[in-house]
Design a protein around this ligand. Structure first.
Ligand code: PLP
Length: 385
């Protein structure tokens, strides 16, 4: 059965053109880009071509692009590097809705004596910019706020956030793992110092990431080893995946229009119809300041896991806003931070689309969802029958 794949914020399929570009670097073109001979030199030129393609999608300079192993490494590096560059500033400002790559690193760092301010969010998932400004002090090394949220798709006003941070003298990092390739990002217009991105969210393979570091920003390597990436990240580069990421960025730039028309149209059709035909369903996250591919909907008085299992029977892949922690199903930290009521947070489902989804697939989800919810509510002790 071909899946109806609506879990693209978890990971995406590799674009066939991307795979084709990668193949030579998994077979004949196996040289090490650091080698002095012609065979290595050829690979090094290919790496730099990919660096240019990646820089292009965010309007950066190629020498500001450093390859990493994933988005998590890029996020960890941003925090660790900046704290090491500013030992006299042991304070981080972030939000309560970051991905665990930032969240758990912050928790780890606070156990090591770093103080962390977690900004709250409102019911739409938005932060208060005055509160942000007030929270940055002379001892703040870095402000790390995501470009777009992975669970709700909420897009933050990063231009304003970056300007406030810079005016207060701290380094600004954004986790743009979910944003790159879905919405335009122009680093010549926004004063972002450090940005993280990850290949597998934009139709490149898993296990390749990038940390962008603006020229002039203080930086210390997190992975210490050889002289690769101009001494900024040790380890022989993952050549095939880097070539793939370069091609994926080239294609994604061309497809930005499709994301914001075709994909957005399908997302809106899915969201609006489900909210209309299923009683007690609620959208989680800001209505307009949102990624074009993501919708997070709560179906009150049912368990998200139950919905996922039922969707699975129709070959539909989505994800829920809760996770099993210590044996109990708990709503995600993002929905809890947004104050989504308990009865709704438990029944939340994230549908995340891509340019590969079709209208027929969306129609199928719309067809099956009402009966799934009705059936689950019939056995729910909380549903008013
Ligand atoms: N940041 C965000 C917002 C994400 O959604 C993810 C992955 O889900 C990551 C970071 C981690 O990226 P990776 O899976 O490449 O480590």
């Amino acid at each position: 059965m071909k899946p109806i794949y609506l879990d693209n914020n978890a990971t995406t399929c590799i674009d066939p053109q991307v795979l084709e570009c990668m193949m030579p670097y998994l077979s004949n073109e196996y040289g090490n880009p650091s080698s002095m001979h012609f065979f290595g030199g050829k690979i090094n030129r290919k790496l730099n071509e990919a660096r240019e393609q990646i820089a292009d999608i965010i309007n950066a300079r190629p020498d500001e692009i450093i390859f990493t192993s994933c988005g998590t490494e890029s996020d960890n590096t941003a925090l660790m590097s900046t704290l090491e560059c500013y030992p006299q500033k042991p304070h981080i400002v972030t939000t309560r809705v970051e991905h665990s790559a930032i969240m758990n690193m912050c928790k780890y760092l606070s156990r090591k004596g770093i103080s962390v301010t977690y900004l709250p969010v409102d019911r739409n998932g938005m932060i208060d910019l005055n509160q942000l400004e007030d929270s940055i002090s002379e001892s703040t090394a870095i402000v790390s706020i995501m470009f777009a949220n992975n669970e709700t798709g909420v897009v933050y006003p990063i231009d304003k956030i970056a300007s406030i941070t810079k005016a207060k003298g701290a380094v600004f990092h954004t986790d743009a793992v979910q944003a790159v390739g879905k919405i335009p990002i122009d680093l010549s217009k926004i004063p972002i110092d450090i940005l993280s991105l990850s290949g597998h969210k934009l139709h490149a393979p898993k296990g390749i990431g990038v940390i962008y570091v603006r020229k002039g920003t203080r930086f210390k390597p997190y992975i210490i080893g050889g002289h690769q990436e101009h001494g900024r990240r040790g380890g022989t580069e993952n050549v095939a995946s880097i070539v793939g990421l370069g091609e994926a960025c080239r294609i994604a730039k061309d497809c930005l229009e499709i994301e914001n028309t075709q994909v957005k149209h399908l997302r809106n059709k899915l969201e609006n119809t489900l909210l209309e035909i299923i009683p007690s369903s609620i959208r989680n996250g800001h209505k307009t300041s949102r990624l074009p591919n993501t919708t997070n909907i709560s179906f009150e008085y049912v368990e998200g896991e139950g919905i996922l299992l039922s969707l699975n029977e129709y070959g539909i892949c989505a994800s829920s806003g809760s996770a099993c922690t210590s044996g109990a199903i708990e709503p995600s930290h993002v929905l809890r931070a947004m104050g989504v009521p308990f009865t709704a947070a438990h029944g939340s489902i994230r549908f995340s689309l891509s340019r590969y989804n079709t209208e027929d697939e969306i129609d199928k989800v719309i067809e099956v969802m009402p009966s799934i919810i009705e059936r689950l509510r019939a056995i729910s002790p909380f549903w008013k029958k």
